[in-house]
Design a protein around this ligand. Structure first.
Ligand code: ADP
Length: 646
């Protein structure tokens, strides 16, 4: 019988089958005989076989034992059962679990036996390989499942810790999960506070709840992990750790993206001598990352809360009305004063400014800011009579802040002051006119010496200066109070022409050339002719006064859309940029060596601005020191036909 050098074991108690086989086999020495169950067990322990022939014992206990021995050998050896004729697979059901290749009837038939043995031996390597693959697959599946479970646990921890802002709760979950995932004897978190370490939370495997601690500790390995930002894993051969002897240790840093290591998440085995694995390292690192994010979130939330409380306190106590919106002009925060002034309800957050602020100028400021104007100032009079000085600033990507100061009492003071000045000016004018009259009459009393005449001239100059000041003061008071402002359809081009003619003498005395550029068509505006004339007188006389001999001035007017645009340009001494915003203020005069000998009251441009604004116009200036100034004002054009007095 050819058996291809395969190793065959036969368990045959009465040796009949073995005798038959040995006879037929070409290489009989390849067949090992186990007469007893003990022989069978010994043979399988000592060596490996490609095929086992099992001659079926009549005794059931013996059959079951033989089957157990074969299964325990751990090998997937094919088994051919040798049994009396008529034995079916059901009859040998107690052998199930073995790799049954065939059942041969005894006494054995040589041909069938050889065929069955060859078939079993041919299949054996394939079966063996298949079995090994199945085993490998099972192991891989089990590992995969374990990893999936780990990942799932980490994911769940991540979700729960990042959704909580309670630091103790976060640390508790992280430690419990770490101990469970690594099956460690103990897990803990060490937090760093500057140059100190403190043990914040610890849990032993057998304890039901973690212990919350604040114990300062010194742990060299923890410091090493924190400073390097890398984990440390010590196997059971290294046995010394933080606070006692341990068999194995795994420390991972809790790294926050911007603040480095916040501390260490650690697990140790004390009694259990199992070392930690790469899988444990991976799981613990993920848990530590979540812990760091959650700690950082909690810290930042704390900062935001503190800032918010501070801001709320400021807003509650600020005397100013403050309104803060987002970039879409939706209300975000407002001060108590703003809530009182505009009756903003407490639940208005997130709603548009337009819906809650019933002051058109304030709403308009927010609208203009949305169109791109960065900073705006305005004075607003509320229906309640309060006057506010409002400033609105835009903050890129954030929104807008409007700050409003109540200046009602300042306005009232200003009004009283103007009234007082008007009254005093008025009362001064009459005696001054009398004084001027008598001084002018002095030479009628007899001839005056040259010295007396020069004194009289000086007195008259000063009188003229005082009279000018008083008349300017009276003017500004009257203009602001709305007097002398009867409006009519007037030709602005004519007013300009007349003013230029009347200043011709000043210009020639100052050696100033004048260029005039007026449109051919009349420029009708609705206005008060004497006041408009005053505007031009002031601008032209300034252009002459603050010029140099040989200089020029250019006066032009033109219609532009619905407005008349008038400009008075000179190439005189100019105004420094820092002084430009102030020249329209009352009594403001630029102090410089060039202006110190030029007479003026500082009221001219204040009068000009008031008049222009009372005419619903605007005035501005552009100027370069040494290069001259340009004053431009615009007034709404008016159709000639509607010439009704108001
Ligand atoms: P003043 O009576 O002093 O001229 P204004 O109100 O008319 O007062 O002008 C205020 C100040 O503005 C002046 O004192 C002067 O310094 C400056 N100023 C006005 N117009 C001009 C100009 N065309 N060129 C240079 N400086 C000017």
């Amino acid at each position: 019988m050819v058996i291809n050098n395969k190793r065959i074991l036969i368990h045959d108690e009465d040796t009949a089958c073995y005798a038959q086989l040995s006879q037929w086999a070409a290489t009989g020495e390849a067949i090992t005989h186990a007469a007893t169950l003990q022989d069978l067990e010994d043979a399988l322990t000592r060596s490996t076989y490609d095929l086992v022939l099992l001659s079926l014992s009549a005794e059931e206990a013996s059959r079951v034992r033989a089957s157990q021995i074969l299964q325990q050998s751990g090998r997937s050896v094919p088994v051919i059962v040798l049994a009396p004729p008529g034995t079916s697979p059901q009859d040998v059901s107690d052998l199930l679990g073995l790799r049954l290749a065939a059942i041969l009837a005894t006494p054995l038939d040589p041909t069938r036996t050889q065929e069955a043995i060859e078939r079993a031996l041919d299949q054996h390597p394939i079966l063996l390989h298949q079995r090994e693959l199945e085993d490998d697959l099972l192991v891989a599946n089990r590992r995969l499942n374990e990893r999936l479970q780990e990942l799932n646990t980490i994911y769940t921890v991540g979700k729960s810790v990042t959704s909580s802002l309670d630091v103790d709760e976060i640390l508790e979950r992280i430690v419990v999960t770490s101990v469970n995932l690594t099956q460690a004897d103990e897990g803990f978190i060490i937090l760093r506070d500057g140059e100190e370490l403190s043990l914040r939370i610890a849990k032993r495997a057998r304890e039901a709840q973690p212990r919350h601690l604040h114990t300062p500790i010194s742990d060299a390995i923890a410091w090493q992990v924190i400073r390097s930002g890398y984990p440390t894993m010590l196997g059971h051969t290294t046995s010394i750790a933080t606070n006692g002897h341990v068999q194995a240790l795994l420390y991972v840093p809790m790294n926050a993206p911007t603040r480095g290591s916040l501390g260490v998440l650690g697990v140790v085995n004390r009694q259990n001598d199992q070392p930690f694995s790469e899988n444990h390292l991976f799981a613990l690192s993920s848990a530590a990352d979540f812990a760091a994010i959650a700690l950082e979130n909690a810290r930042l939330y704390g900062i935001v809360q503190t800032e918010h409380s501070r801001l709320s306190a400021v807003l509650e106590h600020a005397a100013e009305g403050i309104i803060i919106t987002d970039t879409a002009n939706r209300l975000r925060l407002w001060s108590e004063t703003a809530a009182r002034l505009f009756k903003i309800p407490p639940d208005a957050a997130g709603q548009p400014v337009d819906q809650h602020i019933d002051s058109a100028p304030i709403r308009d400021m927010f609208r203009r800011a949305q169109r791109g104007e960065k900073v705006q100032h305005t004075e607003v009079e509320l229906q309640s009579g309060e006057v506010l000085n409002a400033q609105l600033s835009s903050v890129d990507q954030v929104g807008r802040v409007a700050v409003m100061q109540d200046i009602t009492h300042l306005k009232e003071l200003d009004r009283l002051k103007s009234e007082f000045v008007s009254m005093v000016s008025h009362d001064l004018r009459t005696p001054l006119t009398t004084i001027q009259g008598y001084i002018e009459l002095l030479d009628r009393g007899g001839p005056l010496t040259e010295l007396q005449q020069s004194f009289i001239q000086k007195a008259l100059n000063s009188l003229r200066q005082i009279t000018l000041l008083i008349s300017d003061l009276l003017d500004i008071g009257r203009i602001e109070a709305g007097y002398d402002l009867e409006m009519d359809s007037v030709r602005l081009d004519e007013i300009i022409r007349q003013a230029v003619t009347d200043h011709a003498l000043d210009m020639s005395q100052g050696q100033i050339e004048c260029i005039v550029n007026l449109p051919e068509a009349p420029l009708w505006v609705r206005g008060n002719a004497p006041r408009l004339r005053q505007v031009l007188d002031n601008l032209i006389s300034n252009a002459v006064k603050y010029n140099r001999p040989g200089g020029w001035i250019r006066i032009s007017a033109r219609p532009d859309g619905s407005h008349a645009v008038v400009s008075v340009v000179d190439n005189g001494i100019g105004i420094p940029p820092s002084e430009q915003p102030r020249v329209f203020e009352r009594f403001y005069r630029v102090q410089s060596p060039e202006t110190e000998n030029i007479r003026g009251t500082g009221l001219g441009l204040a009068i000009v601005k008031s008049v222009v604004e009372k005419h619903k116009g605007r005035i501005w200036l552009e100027s370069t020191p040494g290069g001259g100034s340009t004053f431009v004002f615009i007034l709404p054009l008016h159709s000639r036909r509607s010439k009704n007095r108001t």
